[in-house]
Structure formats: structure tokens, C-alpha cells
Design a protein around this ligand. Structure first.
Ligand code: ZN
Length: 149
């Protein structure tokens, strides 16, 4: 009986509250869009005190990363210099003409996670969460789930 109760409590503590999504309209072909406030609002609504916030972007030419948000020049530098690392024109085989966008998305990744403490997103002092657009302007979807520890 005691074990059953412990298992039920463990299950409830591990329960993911549910995925929530929102849309982001990007304005440039390459753009790091700060989505920290929108993700933070979902965390606060979830009611989870201590846990993990998962952020996922269901796209092949846009990703998500956590990096410096205090100085907007950092995001601009990433937009420009990743473009320099992977130029738009090269001997790509993909006929859509956006192979550079797929490659930059692969480098950045489609998901990120951050701690939740005291009911809030617990990022580092200088950190922000960015949707990384590499083939805009477009409307993108961001999926967020908050799970309790
Ligand atoms: Zn493509």
C-alpha cells in the first residue's frame, strides 16, 4: 500500500502539465527572435514550482537556442556570422534553394531546456531564449512544455 502511494506521488510529480504552443512572425531571412517573455509566461501559468521547461521548434529551417539577450548585438552577430559560415549560395543539391537554412538549423538544434525554480524560468543573468529563423520571413510555431521534478 505504502509503495502504491509512493508510486502514485512519483507519477504525479513527473507529470508533464501539457504542451502549449504560440506563433512567432519573423521579419528577416535570418533573425534571432527573443521569445523569453512568452516562454516565461507559460512557465508561470503552468503552476510548476521546480522543474524543467522544454522548448521545441517543429521546423527544418528554424531552431531554438539560449544565449545572450542583454546585448542585442550578440544576436545580430550570430545572424551575420552564421551566414558567413554557411553561405546561401554554394554547390548544394537540395532544389529548394535553402540548404544553408537547413544546415544552420542543424547547427543550432530544434530544442532547448532550462530550469524552473520557484515557479519561474531560471535563466542565467545574461541569457535569453531565441527562436532562430534562417529562412524567413515566416510565421513559426514554438512548443513549450513544463514538467515537474
Ligand atoms: Zn528546403
Amino acid at each position: 500500500m505504502q509503495r502504491g502511494v509512493a508510486a502514485a506521488v512519483t507519477y504525479l510529480l513527473l507529470l508533464v502539465v501539457g504542451w502549449e504552443s504560440f506563433q512567432v512572425g519573423t521579419r528577416r531571412r535570418a533573425q534571432l527572435a527573443d521569445i523569453t517573455d512568452r516562454v516565461g509566461a507559460i512557465v508561470e501559468r503552468s503552476g510548476v514550482r521546480d522543474g524543467v521547461c522544454h522548448v521545441y521548434v517543429p521546423h527544418t529551417t528554424a531552431g531554438v537556442t539560449i544565449n545572450e539577450g542583454a546585448d542585442p548585438d550578440v544576436a545580430r552577430d550570430m545572424e551575420r556570422h552564421l551566414g558567413g559560415l554557411v553561405p546561401k549560395e554554394s554547390d548544394f543539391e537540395h532544389a529548394e534553394g535553402n540548404s544553408d537554412s537547413h544546415i544552420k538549423t542543424a547547427l543550432i538544434g530544434a530544442s532547448a531546456s532550462a530550469p524552473v525554480r520557484g515557479g519561474k524560468l531560471a535563466l542565467g543573468t545574461w541569457q535569453a531564449i531565441f527562436l532562430c529563423e534562417w529562412d524567413g520571413p515566416r510565421t513559426r510555431t514554438v512548443e513549450v512544455a513544463v514538467s515537474s521534478l
